[in-house]
Design a protein around this ligand. Structure first.
Ligand code: ADP
Ligand code: 5GP
Length: 186
């Protein structure tokens, strides 16, 4: 790692595994961590706020960001585009803050090739049935979106061994402690 640079951590895992829940707890307990806000072409879900959950963009605006090199990585997921704005991540790392990206598999692979010092963590469900139960229990997605997300989840789970560590999100508090340890927080 370059002297004085913040640590970059990437968290990847299938939709519904509990990434959002865990990341929220992680940030509450560790306010120094800076979570990157992604750009997406997906429509906002109930309660999601522009600039907090995501920067919600039209396809055209998203494509312009890609063309201008404004994204550090990007990927298509379940019919929508998602990407990490480059400038804020580089600025926070330079200022020494720990930076967290919560992104899907293709994006994690892109980051792996450009940020070799990043810690890459795969969050896995205790079982596939439990994953389905969580996605359905969340109640935010249409049946079509749920089926697409479950199909994608099966692909993502196959790639878990590419990561520096696999954390199983069974007991939330245990998973949180494991994450903090992997991020060097204690
Ligand atoms: P993701 O961000 O990975 O798509 P969410 O954080 O939205 O997943 O979690 C999906 C659902 O699973 C939510 O209803 C959440 O409350 C629930 N959940 C998250 N972690 C756990 C856990 N350790 N045990 C049981 N339910 C969980
Ligand atoms: P959701 O629609 O549930 O918010 O997110 C769908 C998937 O997109 C999740 O796996 C999430 O981690 C991923 N994702 C969110 N932001 C980004 C991003 O900036 N880049 C990439 N590659 N994936 C992202």
């Amino acid at each position: 790692m370059v002297e004085g640079q913040g640590q970059l951590t990437v968290i990847t895992g299938p939709s519904g595994v509990g990434k959002g829940t865990l990341v929220k707890r992680l940030l509450e307990r560790n306010p120094r961590i800076w979570l990157s806000v992604s750009a997406t072409t997906r429509s906002p879900r109930d309660g999601e706020q522009e600039g907090v959950s995501y920067f919600f963009q039209s396809r055209e605006r998203f494509e312009a960001l890609v063309a201008d090199g404004g994204l550090l990585e990007w990927a298509e997921f379940a019919g929508n585009c998602y990407g990490t704005p480059r400038d804020p991540v580089e600025a926070k790392l330079s200022s020494g803050r720990p930076v967290l990206l919560e992104i899907e598999l293709e994006g994690a692979r892109q980051v792996r090739s450009s940020f070799t010092d990043a810690v890459q963590i795969f969050l896995a469900p205790p079982s596939f049935l439990e994953l389905e139960r969580r996605i359905r229990g969340r109640g935010t997605d249409s049946e079509e979106a749920i089926l697409r997300r479950l199909a994608r989840a099966q692909e993502e789970l196959k790639a878990k061994d590419e990561f520096d560590a696999v954390v199983v999100n069974d007991d939330l508090d245990e998973a949180l402690l494991r994450l903090e340890r992997l991020m060097g927080l204690h």
